[in-house]
Design a protein around this ligand. Structure first.
Ligand code: ARG
Ligand code: ASP
Length: 716
């Protein structure tokens, strides 16, 4: 009797433990009912699956938007007010900033609807409904087909499916593969194109800690900005017009003043971009041993050069801040990811799982893993070179990137004559305008010398353009750089524009003579022929094996709940508020406070400066209603929610469906979560909703925005 009870207790504890920590997984909203509702409720959620996703009535999903296609945003008022991250709105904020009205430096708060600023090109996408179309998509597909036959059958099926949906103007149907192509879901979406900037804190709040604190806990960043969706007078999507009015959403999130405590349920609803949770061990080995180290070292060297120039000159710093942040973001992430994969023994874990799989799986699947071994071994040099080439020519040497884009102008002329040329020119011109605004060729030249040298040193000679190989052999990379950076028409804006605006045939002739263009062509030709072509053949094989492996895992581990890797579609992840142990004997608490901002304050520093006004509010403890129980203003908090890039701007939602925070990052030790989520160490970082309200109300005095929100106290 006693034994039975204690077993029961043990089981209960085991169950509760699992539940308390649930974290892994990015779940489809329409499947919450069958897969997750019970667990979520056992963790404290008071909502039903129908409250989260419903096609019949307003539900949480109607308050969540894909922001610009790269971030998430959420509706927080009945008048279309949207909350997202400062770093998601960054380029829009930047584009409205001038030396006199420097919104990046000083912040911006629209005083009325009329004062809100239009952002051409920016859109938000709502999800109206999600349908499983796997059966129709797979019609006529069988195991004997080649990958190509299979894909073309599916493509035809997808067209047939699309034809069956009746779409309104501004509606779009997106059909995406899930579980590596084993299932297909259709998303009926509505796009709103009139999205205006409403408010943003200064960078010293929205980007506080900048690159030093990026991917790091403890964090003190108020990474938020406010936008508004506008609609036609009858509340329908419409292109920008002065007659448009603030959109009335089907649902918006009330904002909680109560916050959350350690152990509380949280969920994050948004559009995660990409994860690779089901890779076989040789793929993870390739990432840890070859690909990440290559990309890290290239960016490290490029960043060191840019950093040196930025530190020496304030103007350079302003011009390069955004580019630097972009390059540094993933540079830093890959370092954390590799360390995390190593420290958590991810490869050994994968191997163990694979042994288990091998023992239990059907005979027909026993060849998958040995096949993977061979395929990855055969592809590793190509994969390495592909990453090297991409980093060097299109992500770090700006001149080559620009010339690469201009090559499409040449191609447009070759395939479409004058008309083709002008068509692409209309797109290229604004790109070039933007590019030259922040381009300093002497910095780029130094990056060129460094990275071309690295390419020559590290990439197989057979994949190198002759020009690079010779320059290296003769110790003449500097001379090569001097020639290109003195003579190329693409080094200076005026010259480039002058050429591009010449009659098409003449312009193309001049471009083709350009030394930067010629190097680019030589390089890209050899790359396309010797690297990209065989790589793509291998990759197609790897992908179809991955599809079969995914299916096989689902059939073999029948007790496991599988979630589909992220693919920029709407997902829900849930967990609890929790700290973690970054290393032996160290425990990180899950909350940070305004006091911590002041602790980090370095007057005049470009990352850790704090505005006078904020220091004053802190000094006077003028916190209004935006404190926790202990009277402090919370800034950021941690959860076990499984998030990735694209989840930035996602709402953190409490057990009752209220907004408690805004997701914007992950902790350093857990950045490996894209490949190996580990609930012990992977945490997402959110700004506390009370900090956001505090800044809007107390710091900015933008009370009209507070007034349109619905502030609640669910805990009473
Ligand atoms: N690491 C976060 C994400 O991947 C935030 C990036 C923006 N902040 C920055 N300092 N670069 O997007
Ligand atoms: N900072 C990321 C984003 O911009 C979120 C993450 O990678 O955790 O989406």
């Amino acid at each position: 009797m006693k034994i039975v009870t204690s077993i029961k207790v043990a089981l209960l504890i085991a169950f509760v433990n699992v539940s308390l920590y649930a974290g892994e997984g990015m779940w489809l909203p329409q499947l919450i009912k069958s897969l997750n509702e019970g667990e979520m409720q056992s963790m404290g959620m008071k909502l039903t699956a129908e409250d989260i996703y419903s096609v019949n009535q307003g539900s949480l999903k109607d308050a969540i938007v894909h922001f610009g296609g790269f971030c998430t945003g959420e509706l927080i008022s009945g008048s279309g007010l949207i909350l997202t991250n400062h770093h998601c709105g960054y380029s829009n904020i930047q584009s409205h900033s001038t030396l006199e009205d420097n919104y990046l430096r000083d912040g911006f708060w629209a005083e009325s609807f009329a004062d809100e600023k239009a952002n051409p090109g920016l859109f938000v996408r709502f999800i109206d409904r999600i349908d499983d179309v796997s059966k129709e998509a797979m019609m006529g597909v069988n195991d004997d087909m080649s990958a190509k036959e299979r894909q073309s059958t599916i493509d035809t099926n997808l067209e047939l499916i699309k034809a069956k949906y009746k779409m309104d103007e501004f509606q779009e149907l997106l059909i995406r593969p899930f579980y590596n192509g084993n299932q297909y879901f259709a998303f009926v979406t509505t796009v709103y194109n009139d999205v205006r900037l409403v408010g943003t804190p200064p960078e010293s709040i929205g980007k506080f800690g900048s690159d030093t604190d990026n991917w790091v806990w403890p964090r003190h960043t108020g990474d938020f900005a406010l936008f508004r969706v506008y609609a036609s007078p009858d509340n329908k999507p419409a292109n920008y017009s002065e007659d448009n009015i603030p959109y009335t959403p089907k649902h918006f999130l009330p904002v909680s003043l109560d916050g959350v405590e350690e152990g509380d349920f949280t969920m994050v609803f948004g559009f995660p971009g990409r994860t690779n949770q089901y890779l076989p061990s040789p793929a993870v080995e390739e990432i840890v041993e070859k690909l990440n180290p290559a990309k890290i070292s290239i960016r490290e060297n490029a960043l060191a050069i840019i950093d040196k120039y930025m530190r020496a000159d304030e103007e350079v710093r302003l011009k390069y801040a955004s580019k630097f942040a972009r390059v540094a973001n993933y540079w830093k992430k890959w370092i954390g990811e590799s360390q995390g994969l190593e420290k958590s023994g991810a490869i050994a874990k994968k191997k163990k799982l694979e042994q288990d799989f091998q023992m239990r799986t059907d005979a027909k699947y026993k060849n998958i893993l040995p096949e993977f071994e061979k395929m990855y071994a055969a592809n590793v040099d190509l994969a390495f070179t592909r990453d090297y080439y991409g980093e060097v020519t299109s992500r770090n040497i700006e001149l080559l990137r620009t010339v690469g884009i201009t090559d499409r102008l040449v191609k447009a002329f070759e395939s479409g004559g004058e008309e083709g040329y002008n068509g692409f020119k209309a797109r290229l011109t604004p790109f070039l305008e933007g590019f030259y605004k922040d381009y300093i060729s002497k910095i780029d030249r130094d990056v060129f010398v460094e990275l071309v040298g690295m390419y020559a040193d590290n990439v197989d000679a057979g994949y190198q353009p002759m020009t690079v190989k010779n320059a290296k052999a003769n110790n003449e990379i500097d001379e090569l750089a001097d020639n290109i950076y003195t003579n190329s028409i693409f080094v200076k804006k005026d010259r480039a524009m002058e050429i591009i605006n010449m009659p098409a045939a003449k312009a193309v002739e001049v471009i083709k003579m350009d030394p930067a263009y010629q190097l680019y062509k030589e390089w890209s030709n050899i790359y396309n022929e010797r690297v990209a072509a065989p790589y793509n053949i291998n990759k197609t094989k790897i992908d179809s094996l991955q599809r079969i492996y995914m299916k096989a895992q689902m059939e073999t581990f029948t007790k496991k709940r599988f979630w589909p890797d992220a693919n920029s579609t709407m997902r829900i992840t849930y967990g609890t508020v929790d700290g973690y142990n970054p290393r032996d004997a160290v425990r990180y608490q899950p909350f940070t406070y305004l006091d911590g901002v002041v602790e980090k304050y370095v007057p005049g520093d470009y990352e850790f400066d704090v505005k006078e006004k904020l220091l004053e509010l802190h000094e006077k403890k003028d916190y209004g209603q935006y404190t926790d129980k202990t009277g402090k203003v919370p800034v950021c908090f941690l959860g076990t929610n499984h998030t990735t890039g694209g989840n930035s701007g996602s709402p953190a939602i409490d057990a009752y469906g209220n907004l408690i925070g805004l997701n914007f990052d992950r902790v350093w030790e857990g950045t490996m979560s894209d490949i190996n989520y580990d609930v012990d160490i992977c945490r997402n970082i959110m700004v506390d909703a009370r900090f956001i309200l505090f800044i809007i109300d107390k710091y900015a005095g933008a009370t009209r925005l507070i007034d349109e929100m619905k502030l609640v106290r669910p805990k009473g």
